[in-house]
Design a protein around this ligand. Structure first.
Ligand code: IMP
Ligand code: MG
Length: 189
């Protein structure tokens, strides 16, 4: 069934122009920070980060390699740590030489990136830094508060459900070119 995506958006949170500025700023920061790195790897966390990843790599002024992972994070009932469910893994023999920058769309509870960072270090990565387009710090899980350092952050946003520029609701809205707040009536009906 066809539907008009725009009609489901309550408010535009980040316009295409604002996103372009964020991409430029973070691309510059990463380029400066990794100028001396011999093996920079940008790790795209599928699916939500694909548009951000695609734009960000083009804004880098230094060489980098691409990697992709698909993960989901879930707490198992009373266990507060959450578990990392790996659907597509990174698989490289030279990981000990890799400076990895994880590219995520949004940090919510923090479980995904907290666990992923640990996972990559356990696999032997030389260094791991975290980059996210959006951050909702008010939503951080209790056990992660104060423990998750976000190295590159595009924008801090309020506790609203957002879609577009990769972010989805039930796999929809990912192809909107901006980030918008989804109308509550869309997911509360
Ligand atoms: P965390 O492990 O709770 O930090 O989960 C982060 C993941 O939750 C993101 O990669 C998204 O897939 C999803 N997520 C969290 N907030 C939103 C939102 O506002 N819109 C769309 N997806 C979201
Ligand atoms: Mg996601």
């Amino acid at each position: 069934m066809n539907y008009n995506m725009e009609n489901d958006i309550a408010e535009v949170l980040l316009s295409e122009e604002q996103i372009a500025e964020i991409v430029k700023r973070i691309g510059k920061q990463i380029s400066e920070d990794y100028r001396e790195s011999e093996h920079l790897v940008l790790l795209c966390i599928l699916k939500g980060s694909a548009p951000f990843f695609g734009d960000l790599v083009k804004s880098l002024e230094i060489p980098c390699e691409f990697e992709f992972m698909r993960v989901s994070s879930y707490g198992s009932g009373t266990v507060s740590s959450g578990e990392l469910n790996i659907i597509l893994d990174i698989n490289r023999k030279d990981i000990a030489e890799c400076d990895i920058v994880v590219i995520e769309d949004i940090i919510d509870s923090g479980n995904t990136l907290y666990n992923l960072k640990q996972y990559l270090y356990n696999k032997g990565a030389k260094s791991v830094k975290l980059c996210t387009l959006l951050d909702k710090p008010d939503r951080r899980a209790e056990h992660i508060k104060g423990k998750l350092e976000v190295d590159y952050s595009g924008a801090v946003i309020p506790d609203e459900f957002v879609v577009g520029y990769g972010l989805d609701y039930n796999e929809k809205y990912r192809n909107l070119p901006y980030v918008g707040i989804l109308k509550r009536e869309v997911y509360e009906k």
